[in-house]
Write a protein that binds this ligand. Structure first.
Ligand code: GRF
Length: 228
């Protein structure tokens, strides 16, 4: 059965777009039941509209506190029939009330190789630090920001002369590959949590999955499978 997801976004929504595109192409077995934004100007809302996906804006400023806001989101997500939550540039922390409602079913993408450079400026901080390799991470979400068990990471080398915007663009390109891949593994029930370690089970067929034709910009682990 398709993974029934709600995507939470606060801005552009290019990761949302990659998920919608992979689902439409039949590569990702996911049904995006709802796109939920906390900002009315989030372009993600327009992307949802263009794709014919139900979408809703709940401005967080309309709520008395974080719990009542998160409770409204939980209600909307349940109403939409989603049982997994995908954070795609969603710029607010989630309360235990929300995380407990979808325990083990909330994932996030971060533009750095965690645990390096957590926080809202992951790519810019890595660039400013002068690292030689950075990248992106998909992980399960815990209450502590950018801290949950890691599902997949991509390494992206820095070109010595590139500015931070160019770097962000190359990280984004890898995000658009590893996020749909991680969701496909979740859809297939292949992500097994063992303490902080996420193990990738083989496909139900028992056959080794075909690998993606290239390994991305540099290295992705676990390896991308065909189609991603
Ligand atoms: C991405 O860089 C993601 O890693 C971070 O927020 C950004 C969202 O970009 N969490 P977009 O809105 O999906 O284009």
């Amino acid at each position: 059965m398709a993974l029934r997801v709600a995507v939470l976004a606060s801005g552009n929504g290019s990761n949302l777009q990659s998920i919608l595109d992979k689902a439409a192409a039949g590569v990702l077995d996911a049904d995006v039941r709802l796109v939920l934004c906390n900002r009315p100007d989030a372009y993600a809302l327009q992307r949802a509209a263009q794709a014919g996906v139900p979408h809703l804006c709940l401005p967080h400023g309309d709520f008395a506190d974080r719990e009542s806001f998160d409770a409204a989101m939980v209600a909307a997500i349940r109403e939409a029939g989603a049982d997994a939550v995908v954070l795609a540039g969603y710029m607010r922390l989630l309360t235990p009330l929300f995380l407990n409602a979808f325990a083990g079913r909330v994932v996030n993408i971060h533009p750095a190789v965690l645990p390096a450079f957590p926080g809202v400026r992951g790519a810019a901080d890595a660039h400013a630090y002068g690292v030689k390799i950075t990248g992106c991470t998909v992980h399960f979400v815990e209450e502590k920001m950018d801290h949950g068990p890691v599902i997949i990471q991509a390494a992206v080398p820095l070109n010595p002369e590139e500015d931070v915007e160019a770097l962000k663009g190359r990280i984004h390109a890898m995000e658009h590959r590893i996020y749909p891949q991680a969701l496909q593994w979740l859809a297939q029930g292949r992500l097994v949590l063992d303490g902080r370690t996420v193990r990738l089970a083989p496909p139900a067929s028992g056959e080794a999955p075909a690998r993606a034709a290239d390994r991305g910009d540099w290295l992705v682990w676990p390896p991308l499978e065909a189609g991603f």
